[in-house]
Design a protein around this ligand. Structure first.
Ligand code: AMP
Length: 248
């Protein structure tokens, strides 16, 4: 079985995003970018399935600028076998990404497509679901556990108040949640080896996909500044304060 893993280049999760002065978006100039954390989890899970003999090949795909090659090299250094960059400098919305992934899947025929549940850049949480709908494939979203069993995959899903188990017939779409695994760091020798692994480049037009945006961002603003807290001397003072505020 082949596993396709879409990986997105996003602002590193340790960086505090800055909003552009004109409110048109987030300032990406000179900001550290990394692989979306949920996608690292997806790459790790795909590698574990390969190590367990359940998959033969892992193909990482990214839709984005030429610099997204770095993200793909990270996936290759972790253990993916080859990579495909669908290059564009335009901002791509989840529907456009889903259409591109559908076109790649038509060429590659993966048994499993393992995405992150959401990208931390736009928090859309849409691409996996849209891809499953476009491809008319079963989906197991917010995966906490993934077990491939013959021609199906059993996914324990994180839902409010517990876990739900679904059994999907392959080929299927899975999206990863935070507790699925802890991704490995790429070792130096593997980073060196990854430089020689195949990385193909295509464009959305090669795949016949129109990526024209459907949405317009009208304004992006910083969240309101949190009010400073106040230290109270003891529990009595706390209760008195809460009473005065009308919450006790
Ligand atoms: P989203 O729907 O934007 O929250 O993204 C969900 C998942 O879709 C991500 O975790 C990635 O696995 C995949 N994805 C979204 N955008 C891209 C992209 N530009 N390139 C590759 N994968 C993507």
């Amino acid at each position: 079985m082949k596993i396709l893993v879409p990986v997105k280049r996003v602002i590193d999760y340790n960086v505090k995003p800055r909003v552009k002065a004109d409110g048109s978006g987030v300032d990406l100039a000179n900001v550290k970018m990394s692989m979306n954390p949920f996608d690292e989890i997806a790459v790790e899970e795909a590698i574990r399935l390969k190590e367990a003999g359940k998959a033969e090949e892992i193909v990482a795909v990214s839709v984005g600028p030429a610099k997204a090659q770095e993200t793909l090299r990270t996936a290759l250094a972790m253990g993916a076998d080859r990579a495909i960059l669908v290059e564009t400098d335009e901002e791509v919305e989840p529907l456009a990404v889903a259409k591109i992934l559908k076109a790649i899947a038509a060429d590659e025929n993966p048994g499993l497509i393992m995405l992150g549940k959401q990208s931390i850049s736009d928090d859309s949480n849409q691409t996996g679901q849209m891809l499953a709908a476009l491809m008319e494939r079963p989906q197991g979203t917010f995966a906490n556990t993934v077990e491939v069993d013959g021609d199906s995959v059993v996914v324990k899903r994180e839902i409010d108040g517990g876990l739900e188990t679904v059994k999907l017939t392959l080929p299927a779409i899975v999206t990863t949640d935070l507790r699925l695994n802890e991704p490995r760091y790429a070792s130096l020798p593997n980073i060196m080896k990854a430089k020689k692994k195949p990385l193909d480049t295509k464009t959305p037009a090669d795949l016949g996909v129109d990526i024209a945006p459907r949405l317009t961002t009208t304004n992006v603003s910083e969240p309101p500044v949190r009010q400073a807290g106040e230290k109270v001397a003891d529990v009595d003072a706390l209760v008195a304060k809460l009473k005065a505020m009308g919450v006790a």
